[in-house]
Design a protein around this ligand. Sequence first.
Ligand code: MRU
Length: 349
Amino acid sequence: MEHQITYAPIEWLGDKVRLLDQTRLPGEEIYIETDDYRVVAEAIKELKVRGAPAIGIAGAYGVALGALKIEAASPEEFRARLAEVISTIAGTRPTARNLFGALEYLQKAAQTGKSVAQIRNNIIAAAITIHEEEAAATHKLSEYGAELIQDGDTILTHCNTGPLATTGYGTALGVIIRAHEQGKIVKVFADETRPLLQGARLTCWEAQKAGIPVTLITDSMAGYFLNRGYINSVITGADRIAANGDTANKIGTYSLAVLAKENGVPFYIAAPTTTIDPCIVTGAQIPIEQRSPDEVTHVQGVSLAPAGVAAANPAFDVTPHKYITAIITEKGIIRKPYKAGIKSITSVA
Ligand code: MRU
């Protein structure tokens, strides 16, 4: 039976966008409604909307909002002003490829149309297409990925990769939700995912809503459970995948992949092809977002550490492709050698 998703992380309202504020979950289901692209940019920076596909979709709607407000006498003037909007959205978060792919798609849409009104309509239509295609891709990849899950499996996952992060089924969590819908008995172990606790706050909330049994663990417990045979597979999402399969995802993913290999447990990445960056040769070239140390020294505004202590806060790490058993995409499941597999699914037919 299909799981009905009862919350809408991102909605286009024609002249406004509505975002579910993920920083307030699970305590409060609060929506932000805005017609200002700068509010969308802040929401992305502050992780009110987050997860690679959702960042791309929200960014696209941000540009559409900006386009609606531009008053220009000519298409040239319109495009010049639009470039400022795109640059603001591009400056929000550097790692997720989906955001930059979406902005490139909108740039192309802005080149078509003879009048300001036509260009504006093309941009809005393009943003809606990005949303529909990202959501549809997660349905397809979840179907492929569910083949890798056996009845009775316990799956360890990291960060949050469900409908909240994608507006569709999800990536890693989408695969699990699909297996559950197929009637397989599945259990989830969710890493809490410090510093911002996307696993504890969001994955547990979404798993509960989907009726999937979930056990919350701290990030440092993963080795214990992998080593004792509790976990049948590890599945995570991705923010950017290089041409050789090296994958950037939420900080802590690399440690999980190494632990999985050490303990003979398959480690899968689930991501739409919009997360793949074929122009980047290896993971070393992926830009890694460095966030405020306050997110490490504090939890939800409460200080944990002595005042003035130095803290580091890289938001993502890179898992070398050798640790990845397979990459699940909407175009199928890719296995080693990744360079060839990635080339075949990202080349334009
Ligand atoms: O910092 P976040 O919460 O945006 O990080 C999100 C992740 O790392 C997800 O695993 C990734 O974007 C894949 S989401 C489908």
